[in-house]
Design a protein around this ligand. Sequence first.
Ligand code: IVH
Length: 673
Amino acid sequence: MTRAQAQHRVAELRDQIRRHDHLYYVLAQPEIGDRDYDKLYADLKKLETEFPDLVTADSPTQRVGGQPLKEFRSVQHAVPMMSLDNTYSPDELREFCDRVARLLPGEQVEYCVEPKIDGLAVMLRYERGELAVGATRGDGSTGDDITANLRTIRAIPLRLHVPKPPPVFEARGEVYMTRDGFDKLNREREKAGDQLFANPRNAAAGSLKLLDPKLVAQRPLAAVLYGIGAVEGANFKTHRDAIEKLKELGFPTPPLWWLAHSLDEILRHIEELQSHEATLPFEIDGAVIKVNSLDQQRRLGATAKAPRWAIAYKYSHEQAETLLEDIIVQVGRTGNLTPVAVLKPVPLAGSTISRATLHNEDEIKRKDIRIGDTVIIEKAGEVIPAVVSVVTAKRPKNAKPFDFAAHVHGKCPECGSSIHRDPEQVAWRCENISCPAQLKRALEHFGHRGTMDIEGLGEVLVNQLVDAKLVRDIADVYSLTVEQLAALERMGEKSAQNVVAAIAASKQRELWRVLMGLGILHVGAQAAKTLARHFGSIEALEHATPDQLMEAEDIGEVMAASIRDFFLNKRNHEVIEKLRRAGVNLKAAATERKTAAGALSGKTFVLTGTLARHSREDAARLIEEHGGKVSGSVSKKTDFVVVGADAGSKLDKARQLGIKTLDEEVFEKLLKQ
Ligand code: IVH
């Protein structure tokens, strides 16, 4: 090959590789597989080795290069990189909008709402289309030159994707570590005996601080660009125009954003963003609200540290600090082994918390939670409290990292069978399908007040029944006799009679309670009621196809598949047959079919503050039992906000949206109606 031919081919290969990098890392829509990509890369590498004078800094082969640095140079930012003021409530956000309106009298203001990415702020300066400098924010006017590190991130273009790039273009945004990449990195670090990163943000920060770009290249870093700095040769009217330009030049930009024209709209979008939180590849700690017009931005200007045209809205979660006294492992209804924190009781969001979920082994490792630690707990999704972090400063000297498998001695803590962890799964599972612990949980669930409501069939009796092998599946409770029960410890003749009577009475419960009692994965009270109403009998449900299931209101694909799986299982069939023979009602009565059960049907409630006579869980259960829904945040869809003592921002929001508020007394009256 002549040099001229090589030059032509090199340019072609670089274009193709750039295009596929963009498709893969920016758009997440790859067109070719790894093998084809590797082939292009190898071809380019080979030609560059043969013709070294054709190598340029923006070649895809030159992402990782150079010697480790001794230290980072300083970079003076052409336009200061400001920080943002924070708000935590609709009221504070209203103050922000009011100030904007005051400073722009009589003008229409359009806002843009975007995710606040929890990563590290960086700036990327392109000169004549080529990445020239990449830097951290530093103190806002001077940052560290981390160009070599940023070049290794394949979501960041080394050359802008347009034939005639602006002479100077500074993009600003955030470098983050993907959630998946973070988990994988920590697993590898663990194997290697390295210290684990506490969260993706710390991992990203630690990675960018490395002085050897070869090491940085191995870290799963990505980027999102949401702003511009110094720009020559391009003009924009709005923030959104600038973002569109960033996209066109080949940068990844925020995947979700909304335009808004009022505080109400802003709040709605903030909420919508929060509902998408789990599906985003990066962690977010709130939303950023920006005035869209760049002219208005200029006129609003900035205070000493933050612009007046943008503000952060941070998601607040109710939190408390307490001592983690022990970690126990529970076996759930489906056989998953769940680690649970035993806490020094502490009040939080209207109830006293003494247990919190630790989710699974990986979460404990990721957060490095140890017995004896002081921890921060949080009520996520309002119902199940979780441990969010450790106050390491308060850690006792002798606290050891928690070893899940060693803690349970590699065995199910309930039945002693071997446990198994699928490499793809996060949970250890008990492999014994007849594990008594699973049966115990299933029975407790069956007898629960919100399910079949069998008085006396609580934890103590359930344990005795299963341990004495009097019950092997939920249907067996219907063949229990007074003699059998009376023979159990601490159970008198009278109590035995009461329990048998309660069990017999439960045969007449509504169909939805039976459905819920079966413990079908994902099927809670709401779904059970829908299914009962829609299908009218267990038989109809047993024969329903997933498509037919999804015709029922609010039944999605996941639930439909789970219901189908449940009825395809032979053992479940046998249980249902046994229930039928025992005379348990398996049909919906006319009333159950016609109306959604309960006086609160179709109504959405939000609970805030501390109620005097109900814990939050209690109140939520009561609402659901009466056919209502409970939501974690106030929106226009909320029908009622139940207000206890020391209510905070949710009450403010309810007032602002004009939503009806109820005190505890009125709430109780409503339930009785
Ligand atoms: S705009 C002058 N937009 O949050 C305005 N910042 O707490 C500059 N951040 O320093 C920032 N996501 O590092 C903006 N969509 C977003 C953001 C965002 C995350 C970071 C940024 C900033 C910090 C302030």
